[in-house]
Ligand binder design. Structure first.
Ligand SMILES: [Zn+2]
Length: 241
């Protein structure tokens, strides 16, 4: 029988952003909280995380906008019966600080990222340099992949770029169908813009190295996913403090 998995979003904190930072040429001036999310994949031989988030106290170094923790990385894992050292694999959608800083604590994990992303994070363009921990990118034992790769049976990486050079989506076979973690800083509105607001059928990322690639990534994810999991889906904050 084909193996399938469960994907559980774990919200570690929240960051305050202008809508334009997430949605290309749209929602400027509409500010609000976005979740800092990691995804726990259950059902493999070892615990897998997609992204790790990071502690809010480290965020001002990268972006002065408000940031708050909701739960620590350690406590969130403990609620799943895990310690950071138990994590066997971390898949990095990209290496922006809000997605990766806790990875240092996963001392026994394989850390998988696209080569294009690691190369960029080690020597970022000045336009995006503030979003990366270049020391981490140089020092941690990242393992690189190039292009689309089936990493484990039923867990596939799709290199789309657009948001960053090496942004990758993670497609996971679940009992409910194919779930796709978007891998780019997006909300649900990128995939399903409210009528009358957007001038395009879908919305590219507000932050991007290539807006057309970013738009095409949204198109492809929409076509391949039964369940779309945007990294900063604001619905994940509903019901939380
Ligand atoms: Zn992000």
């Amino acid at each position: 029988m084909e193996r399938s998995y469960e994907v559980k979003p774990i919200v570690l904190g929240k960051i305050w952003r202008d809508g334009g930072a997430l949605h290309y040429l749209t929602f400027y001036g509409q500010q609000g909280w976005l979740p800092v999310t990691m995804w726990y994949i259950k059902g493999a031989d070892m615990p897998i995380l997609v992204d790790t988030g990071g502690p809010a106290k480290e965020f001002p170094k990268y972006n002065p906008m408000p940031a708050e923790d909701i739960i620590s990385f350690e406590k969130a894992l403990a609620a799943e019966g895990l310690r950071p050292e138990d994590i066997g694999l971390v898949i990095c959608t990209h290496l922006h600080y809000d997605h990766v800083l806790n990875i240092r604590k996963c001392i026994n994990a394989r850390m998988v990222v696209q080569k294009a992303e690691l190369d960029f994070a080690q020597c970022p363009h000045p336009l995006f340099a503030h979003l990366y921990d270049t020391t981490m990118a140089k020092e941690l034992p990242f393992e690189t992949v190039e292009g689309d790769v089936e990493l484990l049976a039923g867990i596939k990486l799709h290199h789309f770029g657009g948001h960053t050079p090496g942004s990758q989506a993670v497609a996971v076979r679940t009992h409910q169908g194919q779930a796709v973690i978007s891998g780019m800083c997006t909300t649900q509105k990128n995939f399903d813009p409210p009528k009358g607001v957007a001038h395009t059928p879908l919305l590219a990322c507000g932050i991007h190295v290539d807006p057309i690639q970013s738009y095409e990534a949204i198109v492809k994810i929409k076509s391949m996913a039964d369940i779309i999991l945007p990294n900063h889906d604001t619905r994940l904050l509903e019901g939380m403090k």
